[in-house]
Design a protein around this ligand. Structure first.
Ligand code: FMN
Length: 337
């Protein structure tokens, strides 16, 4: 089985669902000696299969795929209806008709089909976000040669992942860009600093760790690794690279001197995520409800209609967003290694 300790450059490219991760980004990260990961979130299994083929056709065999674990608690439709009411005028101003609450039920993002694809394709690294896969799922993947990782934000979740049989953990701290990988979407995302979280997890479990969240310079990457993780995982710092599929409005906002702050918000998806502060986060963070994936679907039309407006879209960003450079992803990976 592939092993994270064998990477030439101890830097993992974060899987970034919603467009930023492309097969080209994965190929560039792995070719540079790090590890690239496709983001299966929101993709159909068919599209994921074609992205996997594109990575392999590009000559890359060592890579990962990241999958969202389905929610365990059903969607609260009353809460979704309340947030929908709050968004109505804004949506109308963009000419967007919001979906009816009945259309916003639970959705497992085709989890079983994606797991079957991982097994068929014998993907070297399979990582999970938003929850812990069952021991049976982990076992099935391991029997197909997959090295299984789980993203955790607390030491208790680390213990759960270890009990489920994970081979490695991605430990995600509070400065991370994009979604926080809390297992229960309704809990507030922990604020324990990354270094403390890494130490706490290392005291609990004996597994290789990858540490993520706000790592954007070589010095910081070295500092974090000196605590024990075998690699760092970086997302935000890759968003402006040539190979990333980041929307231009998002990529430009990361370098806009007027944008100085990130916030944690459920306004776009219902799950907590760190983004650059903008008009949408100012207007809707307080009203948002913890109902992923219903809220994600609810705001989908709004986000598509505002695709070129940095004040209307989810500008996922970690605290190190100023270090996101326009360069090749291979240069970024090597710079941090
Ligand atoms: C645009 C964006 C999309 C992301 N999508 C995912 C995802 O699909 N799956 C996942 O496990 N993590 C995702 N993350 C979180 C990363 O895995 C990682 O924890 C984070 O990027 C680390 O913090 P940094 O952005 O400060 O480097 C995403 C992050 C960003 C910035």
């Amino acid at each position: 089985m592939a092993d994270l300790r064998d990477l030439d450059v101890p830097v993992v490219a974060a899987p970034m669902a919603g467009g930023p991760t492309t097969p080209e980004l994965v190929i560039a990260a792995s070719t540079a000696g790090g590890l690239g990961q496709l983001a299966a979130g929101y993709l159909t299994p068919e599209r994921l299969a074609s992205d996997i083929a594109a990575v392999r056709d590009g000559g890359t065999d060592t890579f990962g795929v990241n999958i969202f674990v389905p929610e365990t608690e059903p969607v609260n439709r009353d809460a979704v209806a309340r947030y929908r009411d709050r968004l109505l005028d804004y949506a109308a101003s963009l000419g967007v008709e919001l979906p009816a609450v009945e259309e916003l039920g639970d959705d497992d993002d085709r989890f079983d089909a994606k797991i079957a694809l991982m097994c068929d394709e014998r993907i070297p690294f399979v990582s999970f976000a938003f929850g812990c896969p069952s021991a049976d799922t982990v076992d099935e993947l391991r029997r197909h040669g997959c090295n299984v990782g789980v993203t955790v934000t607390t030491e208790d979740d680390a213990s759960r992942a270890a009990e489920a049989g994970a081979d490695w953990l991605c430990v995600q701290g509070p400065d991370a860009g994009g979604h926080r990988s809390v297992f229960d979407r309704r809990t507030e995302p922990p604020t324990q600093p990354l270094d403390d979280l890494v130490r706490a997890v290392l005291a609990r479990v004996d597994l290789p760790l990858v540490a993520a969240g706000g790592v954007s310079t070589r010095d910081r990457a070295g500092e974090v690794r000196s605590l024990g993780p075998v690699a760092v995982q970086v997302g935000t710092v890759l968003l402006r690279t040539h190979e990333a599929g980041t929307k231009p409005a998002h990529a430009d906002a990361l370098a806009d001197p007027a944008r100085t702050e990130t916030v944690v918000t459920r306004a776009f998806s219902g799950r907590p995520a760190r983004a650059l502060r903008n008009r949408f986060t100012d207007e809707f963070t307080d009203a948002a409800v913890a109902e992923y994936p219903a809220v994600n679907k609810l705001t989908g039309g709004i986000r598509r209609a505002a695709a070129t407006d940095p004040d209307g879209i989810n500008l996922w960003a970690g605290s190190g967003f100023r270090d996101a450079a326009v360069e090749s992803a291979a240069d970024t990976i090597r710079r941090l290694g």
